[in-house]
Design a protein. Structure first.
Lengths: 241, 184
């Protein structure tokens, strides 16, 4: 009985701790890559847009307000993937409104954008958020500030910002993933390459193909040369007989 | 013939290798999605309400006529926050009498509520923040006509104009008197 108590009580304690921590990590918005459907799911959505990641704090803002949100990025597929993000800035017709606001976006402590909300700034090109193992997730932090001086002409208005997300399945699933290139966000080689829709051969792969092709050709040539020599030797032996 | 066959074999081998490598690369899947994120702003909405007490309850205020010197009329003036954000409120009262060279205070006076409303620089500031759905205490409830009105006020039409102004109380000081950004 004593042994059971010693086991159960710490376990219950751990469970209670986990339950109290979990809500603190609950993100308000979600970007989920669904592997079966091979598409992104954006939540929670709103009356303004079904793919709206900005929750209630970003609605009905008043001058002087600061809205903050954590958006969860998750790989819900069976394969490791790389997830990229970029901004298209404000939708046409809402630039004047959104440029009044300051927008800061960061991922795992790495600043991605800090500019007027209508701009794309550091998110103009694709940025690698990280490589996600199946089930892995990361947090995108967003902060939006409305100036206290915001004019009455901007009361009861709406502004729209488009963010694009892109996923790339990692080829060699069994290979160990480089320490820097993980879901906590790192600097991978791909980070420096502007990815296109799967029809561009990354540099490393091209080199490999050339090397393998060259090796195949060399083998064949060698086989040919050796074969010729053998034939020549045989003929010589025949002549000598 | 032999050389031709060999050349063909080499070419086929190299091509096969390249095709295999290409195939592996083509299995490289990508997809994109777009999230359209929305930011909206709120606003302040304050309404001015005027009532009269008939003795049987409150009704909407209507112009009163035929009041004699020493008489009085019920006019209850309140502001209501009909918006979704808390606000500070102030009011301004002006008079139109149509009587030349006469100060309106010679003819009428109002029972201003000086407990709930603070007068400063021509405006009456409500002492408290007004939450959505709340109404202020009345600024005044009765118009008194002076007993000693002279004949120049006979058949006069006295208009009491009340204007209400609201400004957000969030991020805007602790009292109405501290607040900025009042509409003109």
């Amino acid at each position: 009985m004593e042994r059971l108590k010693k086991l159960v009580i710490p376990l219950l304690g751990c469970l209670l701790m986990l339950m109290s921590i979990a809500p603190a990590f609950a993100a308000e918005g979600n970007v989920t890559y669904e592997g079966d459907a091979k598409e992104f799911i954006f939540e929670p959505g709103s009356e303004y847009s079904p793919t709206d990641l900005f929750t209630g704090q970003f609605k009905d803002m008043m001058p002087g307000d600061v809205a903050k949100e954590e958006i969860q990025i998750k790989n819900d597929s069976k394969k490791p993937v790389r997830i990229y993000m970029k901004s298209e800035g404000s939708v046409k017709g809402t630039e004047d409104f959104l440029k009044e606001f300051s927008l800061a976006v960061s991922y795992n402590g790495r600043g991605l954008q800090e500019s007027p909300a209508n701009e794309t700034a550091g998110l103009t090109d694709w940025v690698l958020l990280g490589t996600y193992e199946p089930g892995a997730q990361g947090i995108l932090n967003v902060e939006l500030k409305a100036p206290i001086t915001l004019s009455n002409e901007f009361s009861e208005k709406a502004g729209y910002i488009n963010w694009k997300f892109k996923v790339e399945e990692v080829e060699n699933a069994g290979k160990k993933i480089d320490k820097d290139d993980n879901a906590t966000g790192g600097k991978s080689l791909i980070d420096r390459i502007n990815p296109k829709t799967g029809d561009l051969f990354p540099v490393v792969k091209v080199i490999l193909i050339i090397m393998v092709a060259a090796a195949a050709v060399t083998l064949c040539v060698t086989w040919m040369v050796v074969g010729k020599k053998k034939k020549a030797n045989k003929e010589e032996e025949k002549d000598n007989e | 013939m032999e050389n031709k066959r060999k050349a063909l074999f080499i070419s086929a081998a190299a091509l096969l290798v390249m095709l295999l490598a290409f195939g592996a690369t083509s299995a490289f899947f990508t997809t994109e999605g777009t999230a359209q994120n929305v930011v909206t702003t709120g606003g302040i909405d304050i309404e001015l309400n005027e009532f009269a007490d008939t003795g049987n309850g409150l009704v909407d205020f209507k112009d009163v006529s035929g009041v004699m010197p020493g008489g009085e009329a019920s006019k209850i003036v309140v502001a209501e926050n009909v918006g979704s954000h808390p606000a500070y409120v102030k009011m301004k009262v002006t008079f139109d009498t149509g009587v030349k060279d006469k100060d309106p205070s010679e003819a009428i006076s109002l029972n201003y509520n000086k407990e709930s409303w603070i007068y400063k620089d021509g405006f009456y500031y409500y002492e408290k923040e007004l939450k959505p759905g709340e109404s202020t205490e009345p600024l005044f409830t009765t118009v008194y006509f002076a007993e000693n009105m002279d004949n120049s006020w006979q058949n006069a039409r006295i208009k009491i104009n009340v204007s209400v102004y609201g400004v957000q109380s969030e991020n805007n000081g602790k009292t109405a008197l501290d607040a900025g950004g009042w509409p003109e």
